[in-house]
Design a protein around this ligand. Structure first.
Ligand SMILES: C[S@@+](CC[C@H](N)C(=O)[O-])C[C@H]1O[C@@H](n2cnc3c(N)ncnc32)[C@H](O)[C@@H]1O
Length: 467
């Protein structure tokens, strides 16, 4: 038994009527639905999981459980996600080349989908206010093979000062009272009260007020929560319409019993609230979710990034010396490069030995940057060592310098051991298992594969998310 409070039950009996409320309470007692998305950016999407039960509407998404030790997860070929939580990024309808902000991004389920839709062109800014969660966000985005993401650990107010009217699309997947997560996370039940719902609603308005400033006129704001309370859903959307003149857009999904609509009567009678989406556990698609698509008034105008001052520019991007450049090239040129990295020599920067290709070249002064673009690797004394992020990005196209490990060798490698292999290759190679690239390694003359799987990730192998 979940132990729903009397206050919660009374509230939802009043809202839904006794019969429908009983359906909701019953569904909350059932097992949660598990699903995963397959990463269309990766060269091999050959996953060993069953794909016989697709999630409706979402491309390459299937019901089923995944294991965080499997090469599918470790190589960023799949992401474990609640099926209903796949919809906010899907209905954001990102196009390659756009500037997209995921304002409340960690652990990154929705950011992986937004970045994937950009297909290597344009910019994804993924922001998370909590430092520990921002670090996990970085791991998940790197694993996904995204080279064009700027990851920030900021508060929405400070972000808004840097990016006025800048983004074409913004997703605000807001912190909420989490009623839709009750069956996955019983702690959320203990935490729930009507006072907490109202506190969350206030925080959502504060975050959204900053998001509005960062959206270009005519831009798209997608607002989502994983909660059912109208104070955090329809009422918030009605507030956006009333205070900022947003237009509510339809999601354009074919009718289905598995997706319900927003309730105009729960948001002051605004008829267009019926264009918003509600996912209830009793509808059988996934956990609880609310999604609204909103268009900001005005015509789109091209907005350029704030240029860094000359002094800052030099600090942000120092070009490698000719010697450093040839050390980097010697390694990089051994691998096939995806289209968006062909011109890496023109864009490469060095900062404290870190060699990277920035996703964003505008002014970032004063912002907490977790990572900017693609980290190619590290310059050490007279050598260049390619980084893990690069291995994940190289996994997006076919490669020839690859050592594929069988299951026992793969397990050893994940735990940081060296493994013996039979190969004529020497030096840096990509390492895969079941054909899924997940790391760099270095082959010595003795056919020993030295381990380059990052130490921090070795502990995180079990850390599969399901947000
Ligand atoms: C619902 S979760 C986001 C889940 C995420 N979108 C995903 O799909 O993986 C909300 C996140 O917002 C963060 N958050 C809370 N207040 C914030 C703020 N003012 N600005 C940015 N993020 C915030 C929380 O730490 C939490 O990680």
């Amino acid at each position: 038994m979940l132990g729903l409070s009397a206050e919660f039950k009374t509230k939802f009996v009043d809202l839904l009527g006794p019969a429908e409320a009983e359906n909701l309470f019953k569904a909350m007692e059932a097992d949660s639905k598990k699903a995963f998305r397959v990463n269309s950016l990766k060269a091999s999407q050959n996953v060993a999981y069953s794909t016989s039960q697709p999630v409706p509407y979402i491309p390459s998404a299937y019901y089923g459980n995944i294991n965080g030790q499997d090469p599918e997860w470790v190589s960023g070929t799949v992401y474990s996600q609640d099926p209903a939580a796949m919809f906010p990024a899907f209905v954001t309808k990102v196009h390659p080349g756009e500037k997209v902000l995921d304002l409340c991004a960690a652990p990154g389920g929705k950011s992986t989908a937004l970045g994937q839709a950009l297909d290597g062109q344009g910019l994804l800014v993924a922001n998370e206010i909590n430092g520990g969660r921002a670090a996990i966000l970085r791991e998940n985005l790197e694993r996904w093979g995204l080279a064009n993401a700027l990851i920030l650990n900021e508060d929405s107010q400070r972000l808004a000062q840097h990016f006025p009217s800048f983004f074409d699309r913004i997703l605000v997947d807001a912190p909420c009272s989490g009623e839709g997560m009750f069956r996955k996370d019983p702690d959320a039940i203990a935490y729930w009260s009507q006072a907490y719902v109202l506190k969350c609603a206030q925080r959502q308005k504060e975050i959204l007020a900053e998001a509005v400033k960062m959206l270009t006129p005519g831009g798209i704001l997608v607002y989502s929560t994983c909660t059912f309370s109208p104070e955090e859903d329809e009422e918030i959307v009605a507030w956006l319409v009333e205070n900022y003149g947003f237009e509510i857009l339809p999601a354009d999904l074919p009718d289905t019993e598995k997706i319900s609509l927003g309730r105009p009567e729960w948001g002051g009678g605004l008829a267009d609230l019926a264009k918003t989406l509600r996912f209830w556990p009793q509808d059988g698609l996934g956990e609880g979710q609310f999604v609204a698509i909103l268009k900001k008034p005005g015509e789109k105008a091209a907005v350029k990034a704030k240029k860094p001052k000359k002094r800052e520019k030099g600090r942000l991007c120092q070009r490698p010396t000719p010697t450093e450049r040839s050390l980097i090239k010697e390694i990089i040129s051994q691998f096939n490069l995806p289209q968006n990295l062909q011109d890496w020599e023109k864009r490469v920067c060095v900062s404290n030995g870190h060699v990277f290709i920035p996703a964003y070249t505008g002014d970032l002064t004063g912002l907490k940057v977790i990572s900017n673009g693609l980290e190619l690797g590290l310059l050490k004394k007279k050598r260049f060592e390619p980084g893990h992020h690069l291995a994940e990005v190289l996994g997006t196209i076919a490669q020839t310098r690859v050592i594929d490990l069988d299951q026992p060798a793969y397990q050893k490698y994940l735990h940081g051991e060296t493994v013996k292999v039979v190969s004529n290759l020497k030096g840096f190679v990509l390492v895969s298992s079941r054909g899924l690239i997940f790391s760099f390694g270095k082959l010595t003359g003795q056919q020993v594969l030295k381990n380059f799987y990052p130490k921090g990730l070795r502990q995180f192998v079990k850390g599969v998310t399901n947000d």
